[in-house]
Design a protein around this ligand. Structure first.
Ligand code: MG
Length: 451
């Protein structure tokens, strides 16, 4: 039996086993009550949106029941991308939001993610406070005459598209004149409701695959090369300029080049960095496990890379603090503050099209300009004693960062070992100029902990 998982990134489980209408109503009521006490000055409304999962409608009703019952209004967006919900919280000046999505997890999963009044996910310390309140069941229902009202708002997607089109350094006319042929794979997630419209607004000839937001995912929903054969074939067959694949809640973007080759999720952020930094100077923010190629790009533009713990909220929070123009994560998560401080694959598409237009080159040629590194990944059981201490001791002469697990950096390489947030394992990632060197670094870590 699957167990409900509660963490700083939200609450998730398998529908009917661990996540149910009963328990989700309580979390929603608790969240509404929590936000109401934190933001007394603002409009007492909460935004709710969901991805396309088959369980989304049932859970959305349960979520809305919880919020209305503690006396707050609900603005319901229906099926939308996750970044659309976050943007709408800010634009409509709500006191919070709930996104019902299990991101790239399989179809039987669902989850709640909690948004603060600033249009960002709850910061980790606030999320921990909220989880403590949940343990205490610390909320009360409103009187019958103070129950909230529900409003439907179906303009959120269009508002999101308009926000993207108003990015000041995006030359819409030039992009539109190119009339790019683009294949898009939304994996029957929420992408189908936004990505094709945005691309048509950018003058593209759009070929849609898996655009119906049914929640019956056409392939495993994580946008990794091994799951994206269909879009690669379609790009080739249609002689398209580029292909874009997204995960079900549209916060991760993966690019397929004009030859039908999936270029790998790391490149989405790297290409966006190259475009944005040309127009807006400022330090890049990314996480400890994202590619070292960001450092090369930063030095090209005379800026720095600030690295945070893993998890988009850490990246977004740091971007806000240092007023960074571009950041994100190597898993295809691009954060562009001109639109919002969250990973946004649709904004990512506009940035990438802006970049190929400005440079007048093919996407594969732009990828070839970025220095090549190789990332190796491995995992080990989490029940070995003193793993981190052993690794620190083994590499004590090197540059060590203990922000999130242990990361050891070398001149053009690094190895990072950390506890997984979702499974009882330790992940080991390494990056170097050659594949052999990257795997050697993983072997060294294993040597250090003697396995
Ligand atoms: Mg996602």
């Amino acid at each position: 039996m699957n167990k409900l998982m509660k963490s700083v990134s939200g609450i998730r489980g398998v529908f009917g086993e661990s996540i149910t209408p009963e328990n989700i109503t309580k979390f929603a009521a608790q969240f509404a009550y929590f936000q109401k006490n934190r933001h007394t000055e603002k409009n007492q409304k909460i935004i709710v949106g969901r991805d396309s999962r088959t369980t989304g409608d049932a859970l959305a009703h349960a979520v809305m029941a919880g919020i209305l019952s503690v006396g707050l209004d609900v603005i319901y967006l229906g099926i939308v991308s996750t970044p659309t919900v976050l943007l709408t919280v800010k634009e409509l000046e709500a006191i919070g939001g709930i996104v019902i999505t299990a991101s790239h997890n399989p179809a039987e999963w669902n989850a709640m993610k909690f948004v603060d009044q600033n249009g960002m996910f709850l910061f980790p310390e606030i999320m921990n406070n909220f989880l403590c309140e949940c343990e205490k069941n610390n909320y009360s229902y409103a009187n019958w005459d103070a129950i909230g009202s529900r409003y439907d708002y179906f303009d959120a997607t269009w508002m999101h598209i308009q926000k993207i089109l108003s990015i000041p350094y995006l030359n819409l006319e030039d992009i539109r004149n190119k009339n790019y042929k683009v294949v898009i794979d939304s994996v029957n997630g929420a992408g189908g409701v936004i990505s094709p419209t945005l691309l048509r607004e950018l003058g593209c000839d759009v070929i849609e695959i898996n655009s119906e937001p049914t929640g019956y995912f056409a392939h495993p929903p994580e946008p990794l090369a091994k799951n994206l054969e269909q879009i690669c074939l379609e790009v080739k067959k249609n002689k398209a300029d580029i292909g874009f694949a997204t995960d079900p809640d549209v916060d991760r973007l993966v690019i397929v080049d004009e030859s039908g080759c999936c270029i790998g999720e790391e490149y989405s952020l790297l290409l966006a960095e190259k475009f944005v930094l040309k127009h807006k100077k400022g330090d890049i923010v990314t996480n400890l496990s994202s590619s070292i190629a960001s450092d090369d790009i930063a030095s090209e533009y005379g800026v720095k890379v600030v690295r945070t713990a893993i998890g988009e909220i850490h990246v977004g929070k740091m971007m806000l603090e240092i007023d960074s123009p571009i950041g994100g994560e190597g898993n295809g998560g691009i954060i562009c503050p001109e639109v919002n401080y969250t990973r946004d694959a649709v904004t990512g598409m506009a940035l990438i099209l802006g970049y190929i237009t400005e440079r007048g080159l093919k996407i594969s040629e732009l990828v070839n300009e970025i220095p090549k590194y190789f990332i190796a990944k491995d995992k080990i059981d989490a029940d070995i004693e003193n793993i981190f201490e052993k690794v620190v001791d083994y590499f004590k002469e090197e540059k060590i960062d203990c922000t999130d697990g242990v990361k050891i950096s070398f001149k053009k390489a690094w190895v990072h070992i950390r506890k997984s947030g979702t499974e009882p394992i330790i992940r080991i990632y390494a990056e170097a100029e050659t594949q052999t060197e990257a795997y050697n670094l993983i072997d060294k870590v294993k040597d250090a902990i003697k396995i």
